[in-house]
Design a protein around this ligand. Structure first.
Ligand SMILES: *[C@@H]1O[C@H](CO)[C@@H](O)[C@H](O)[C@H]1NC(C)=O
Ligand SMILES: *[C@@H]1O[C@H](CO)[C@@H](O)[C@H](O)[C@H]1NC(C)=O
Ligand SMILES: *[C@@H]1O[C@H](CO)[C@@H](O)[C@H](O)[C@H]1NC(C)=O
Ligand SMILES: *[C@@H]1O[C@H](CO)[C@@H](O)[C@H](O)[C@H]1NC(C)=O
Ligand SMILES: *[C@@H]1O[C@H](CO)[C@@H](O)[C@H](O)[C@H]1NC(C)=O
Length: 301
């Protein structure tokens, strides 16, 4: 285009085209020319932002990173590095992975979303997350327009959804809240919300059992002395995640065979936001669990 000073170019053209629509188009064209001009020079910094949620041991995780998109895929280079690790975590350039410089500890566990790189997505997929993957990561991106980098702090642990069930004992029914994998060891607390809407913390018996991999624990919490027409909430929480499960207990006396008890179970979890990390939210409704069998009816007024 040979249009060095964008402003000059636009001014010159303006006088030739008094029509205002044309003016707008010409200004836009000049701006685009200017942007492309800067792109070719490649000396500028581009904005890169990183964001992540905690990693769950043994599972797949995404370390989020995005940058100003560039239409030329072959000019995009993405590098992921981790503080204290000699090799790279992952390198992607010219539309392909370049893993010669990859650190052994990440071998076979990383990928970028190649089809989304063109849209400015430099996120890293990390599989089989290890506790030791926690740390400070840097996402560096170079495009024809320039380069930039962002740093994120990645946290790891284990967390899982709890399930609340009714345990039928010989003289009383209890609620059991169970979750298969947590690390670090979480705190568990229960609350009850009755018809009057009060929210009281309740004493419960919580036990932790080490899983065979010797890191995570299975959490089982028992709440005795439950009453009908109340919603019970079990909260499991550690430094990286928080999970909440609810159960609604309704029912009438056990000795009336025609009566029924119905428990409606709702489970939801919200993983805590820490240090600007992205919140991962999970919620689900496990539907209505019917406990119509009189012998298994709940909490007898
Ligand atoms: C990148 O793409 C992956 C896969 O679709 C997605 O999970 C992730 O959230 C995206 N990240 C950004 C920063 O857009
Ligand atoms: C916890 O369990 C112990 C022994 O099984 C029992 O004595 C105690 O009353 C229980 N505590 C609560 C709050 O249920
Ligand atoms: C877990 O610890 C026990 C006892 O310390 C040991 O015998 C076992 O091999 C360990 N398991 C794993 C998977 O490390
Ligand atoms: C059960 O709850 C009732 C009412 O809240 C209370 O009066 C009673 O002491 C509790 N029993 C036990 C064993 O905790
Ligand atoms: C629970 O509520 C139902 C319907 O409102 C009522 O019939 C029942 O007696 C209540 N049970 C208790 C233990 O309050």
């Amino acid at each position: 285009m040979g249009c060095e000073g964008g402003g000059l170019c636009a001014n010159a053209v303006l006088s030739f085209f008094p029509n205002s629509m044309t003016t707008v188009i010409v200004i836009l064209a000049a701006v685009i020319a200017l942007i492309i001009g800067f792109g070719v020079s490649g000396k500028h910094s581009i904005s890169v932002t990183a964001l992540t949620s905690p990693g769950n041991i043994g599972q797949r995780s995404v370390l989020g990173c995005s940058f100003e998109p560039d239409i030329r895929m072959d000019s995009i280079a993405i590098q992921w590095a981790k503080e204290g690790v000699d090799g790279l975590v992952h390198e992607f350039k010219g539309g392909k992975d370049h893993l010669q410089g990859q650190d052994l500890s990440f071998q076979g566990r990383t990928a970028v979303f190649a089809d989304q790189v063109i849209g400015g997505n430099a996120s890293l997929e990390l599989r089989d997350v290890q506790l030791s993957d926690a740390g400070t990561y840097q996402c560096s991106v170079t495009t024809a327009r320039g380069s930039g980098a962002a740093v994120l702090r990645y946290r790891t642990g284990a967390f899982s959804m709890p399930v609340v069930q009714v345990e039928h004992g010989s003289h009383e029914d209890a609620l059991q809240c169970e979750a298969p994998r947590w690390f670090p060891r979480p705190a568990v607390h229960w609350m009850a919300c009755g018809d009057t809407g009060e929210h009281l913390p309740l004493p419960a018996n919580t036990s932790y059992q080490l899983n065979p991999e010797n890191i995570t624990v299975k959490v089982v919490s028992l709440l005795h002395n439950i009453t009908a027409n109340a919603t019970y909430t079990c909260v499991i929480e550690n430094s990286i995640a928080k999970a909440v499960a609810n159960i609604r207990v309704t029912g009438r006396a056990r000795q009336h065979p025609e009566t029924t008890g119905i428990g409606e179970r709702r489970v939801s979890a919200v993983f805590l936001v820490h240090q600007g990390a992205l919140a991962a939210a999970v919620s689900g409704k496990e539907g209505t669990e019917s406990m119509a069998n009189p012998t298994t009816s709940l909490s007898l007024g």
